[in-house]
Design a protein around this ligand. Structure first.
Ligand code: ADP
Length: 406
């Protein structure tokens, strides 16, 4: 059965078509500059990448082309063969603790949460509406970045601010990258061969977060109300003294929006190094002796080490630590610095094993107190899996109703 996994941004739309439950990727692609001049899309099929320049007036047009490509490339023969489409949604707020069908009622909730994710939720809604118009008979699901973190207890998700801020304004920790943390935690448990585990999963990309996971359930994570919390990131500051914000707004005489841009786009690795938000550029800068790049990298790894140590205590021990996402999967240097910084816990890096990129691998020695792994993430597959499971359970329900068992 064909399941589409879709990630719609304000001017882009990424997709992958999976054959489920086998989990084979049949075709994937990205539509870019939707609603802008010089729009185009790229398709990956049978190891080949094709780029086509075409006018993409809106997301619906992108979906129409997507379906044409599926038909032309014989991924499907008829539209009806696409049984389900899973959409990535960044903010599910307190409403969604799992993947849900995108009914009109649920769409309203996603829209209501737009004030908490102004760049992302409206884009997802546009994508879902376009998919519904073009493939009306498919099950449309929303897979939320926040859902996996909904098991976090109130003492961990509340901020020590006036209590009614949470009730009235929904101000609390939601956490993000949930689909990725869930995917790598599941895979880690598969490798360990048991599920009663305590894991610390580190999704370290341009955006970065860490999660503490006990028996498959998230008990804490580093991102918060928004993704700008916890770790230092490519261009986000992460956790800082909240009063820095109001103090600097007075000093710079800037608006809340301008301050938000500085903290999200001009801080982190970029803000400290003055060079780049990209960890490869920081590593290059270090190689030529740029002291600000060295400082940025030290601050970056310091915060990862601190969070791992904190979650080790919170979990009461740890069975495995996982590195994933762009930096976690590829930066030999960052992983080494983090693991060396955890030596006090008895963690011992295997230098030879760590000298690799983008592969699933154990990177600590046999006598390390905690085994540490690289597990490449696959959010698209997780979206397809969840969507497939929801489709199966809806079909089962229909069958029971038809047979008058319910
Ligand atoms: P996001 O999805 O948050 O945009 P990614 O997970 O794609 O981010 O990660 C992007 C980061 O991964 C960038 O900082 C990039 O420099 C880093 N990265 C990718 N490849 C390498 C590499 N070979 N060495 C070091 N860093 C890398």
């Amino acid at each position: 059965m064909i399941v589409l996994s879709v990630n719609a941004g304000s001017s882009s739309l990424k997709f992958q078509a999976f054959d489920m439950p086998e989990e084979n990727v049949l075709i994937s692609g990205t539509f870019e500059r939707i609603g802008m001049k010089e729009s185009f899309y790229t398709i990956k099929l049978n190891g080949e990448k094709i780029k086509k320049e075409v006018e993409l007036k809106n997301h619906e047009k992108a979906f129409e082309i997507l379906i044409e490509e599926l038909l032309e490339n014989k991924i499907v023969e008829k539209l009806d063969e696409i049984k389900a489409i899973g959409h990535r949604i960044v903010q599910g707020g307190p409403y969604f603790d799992k993947t849900a069908e995108m009914t009109d009622e649920n769409m309203k909730k996603v829209k209501e949460l737009s004030s908490l994710a102004p760049l992302h939720n409206p884009a997802a809604i546009t994508g879902i509406k376009a998919a519904k118009n073009v493939v009306p008979n498919a099950l449309q699901t929303g897979v939320f970045d926040t859902a996996f973190h909904q098991t976090i207890e109130d003492e961990n998700y509340l901020y020590p601010v006036p209590f009614e801020w949470c009730e009235k304004y929904k101000v609390r920790k939601y956490g993000f990258h949930g689909t990725s943390h869930k995917y790598v935690a599941y895979r880690m448990n598969e490798i360990l061969g048991r599920y009663n585990t305590k894991l610390i999963t580190c999704h370290i990309g341009n955006g970065a977060s860490i999660a503490a996971i006990k028996e498959g359930q998230c008990i804490n994570t580093s991102m918060g109300l928004t993704p700008n919390a916890g770790l230092m990131m490519g261009s986000r500051c992460g956790d800082i003294d909240a009063t820095v914000v109001t103090y600097m707004m007075q000093q710079l005489e800037c608006t809340a929006e301008e301050m938000d841009t500085i903290l999200n786009k001009q801080s982190g690795l970029l803000g400290i190094s003055g060079v780049s938000s990209d960890s490869r550029d920081i590593e290059d800068g270090m190689k030529i002796g740029n002291p600000r790049c060295t400082l940025a990298q030290q601050m970056f790894t310091r915060r990862i080490i601190d969070h791992i140590a904190k979650y080790f205590v919170e979990l009461g021990g740890c069975d495995a630590i996982v590195f994933t996402a762009g930096i976690g999967e590829n930066s030999v240097h960052t992983r080494r610095e983090v693991l060396d910084g955890l030596a006090a816990l008895g963690i011992k890096i295997d230098e030879e094993a760590n000298d690799c990129r983008g592969v699933e691998r154990l990177i600590t020695t046999e006598d390390s107190s905690i085994p540490c792994y690289i597990i490449p993430t696959n959010e698209e597959l997780m979206i397809a899996r969840d969507t497939y499971l929801l489709y199966q359970s809806k079909e089962k329900e229909k069958e029971l109703v038809e047979n008058e068992i319910i």
